[in-house]
Write a protein that binds this ligand. Structure first.
Ligand SMILES: Nc1ncnc2c1ncn2[C@@H]1O[C@H](COP(=O)(O)OP(=O)(O)O)[C@@H](O)[C@H]1O
Ligand SMILES: [Mg+2]
Length: 257
């Protein structure tokens, strides 16, 4: 039996002026996998994440999520049907507390439920209590409970990255997109991050698409790796085959560290 596909990227192209950021990019993310998207700077990785989450529109091609095309859905709808993400350049609500940032993540998913429940005060109270309890559980899960009442902007980068993941978990996603989650993390934090990501897959059954430059992290957690270079897929396979792939090695040699 073929493994199931959670998201299918089909012939996606995107240009910015004369620059072809993505050219006919196709690949599939299998359900339950950690799928890495790697490639040198400027390869088009963030652009693809933006197209999947609906922040950018592709010039052509299709995104199929759970067998349905989602190209026409706005970002908030995509969150509701199960696509959550974090950002390469952190996008937290700095003036809100850590706990509030996670609560917002839950709100993004259940907005309509809130409005309906607004008809009855008792159920509003119940929903609020429920959201706080669940949000605190998520903070526990990522190891940020001790920070719950601090402003997000006051956390060090490593903890801000964890908070973005916590907010994404709050949306109860089927698919989580992580854009450079290890950027700015030290070795210890990166190790913890790799455990957290594996737990998202194994305990929470979340399918993950991860853009990351830390090769040790990627090789340690990924089931499948797709390599982009100048907007094109140049290789795909398991970590071992990717490490040995001459096209991949050449692409990375061209990049200064
Ligand atoms: N909004 C934009 N306007 C113009 N050019 C862009 C824009 N976003 C990305 N690019 C360009 O598209 C290419 C791919 O960028 P990006 O997707 O951010 O790459 P990566 O995440 O792989 O480093 C780069 O050359 C970048 O400068
Ligand atoms: Mg990027």
């Amino acid at each position: 039996m073929d493994s199931q596909i959670t998201i299918k990227i089909k012939n996606i192209s995107k240009s910015f002026g004369g620059l072809k950021a993505l050219e006919n990019v196709s690949f599939s993310v299998k359900t339950g996998q950690i799928h890495a998207l790697i490639g040198p700077n400027g390869a088009g990785k963030t652009t693809l994440m933006n197209i999947i989450s609906g922040l950018e529109t592709a010039d052509s091609g299709e995104i199929i999520f759970n067998d349905k095309p989602i190209n026409k859905l706005p970002p908030e709808k995509r969150t509701k049907i199960g696509i959550a993400r974090t950002f390469q350049n952190l996008e937290l609500f700095g003036e809100m507390t850590v706990l509030e940032n996670v609560m917002v993540g839950m709100y993004l998913k259940y907005e309509t439920g809130f409005i309906k429940s607004g008809l009855m005060l008792n159920s509003v109270r119940k929903v609020q209590k429920d959201i706080i309890t669940k949000s605190l559980n998520i903070l526990d899960y990522v190891g940020l409970n001790h920070r719950k009442n601090e402003y997000a902007k006051n956390l060090p980068v490593g903890e801000q990255r964890l908070l973005e993941i916590a907010r994404a978990i709050a949306a109860d996603p089927i698919l989580m997109l992580l854009d450079e989650p290890a950027a700015g993390l030290n070795i210890r934090e990166t190790k913890n991050l790799s455990i957290l990501i594996k737990n998202l897959k194994e305990e929470k059954q979340i399918t993950l698409l991860i853009v990351e430059h830390d090769m040790e992290l990627i090789m340690g957690i990924s089931d499948t790796i797709t390599v982009l270079n100048f907007g094109k897929v140049i290789a795909e396979g398991d970590p071992l085959s990717i490490q040995k792939n001459p096209d991949v090695i050449t692409a990375y040699l061209g990049e200064e560290d």
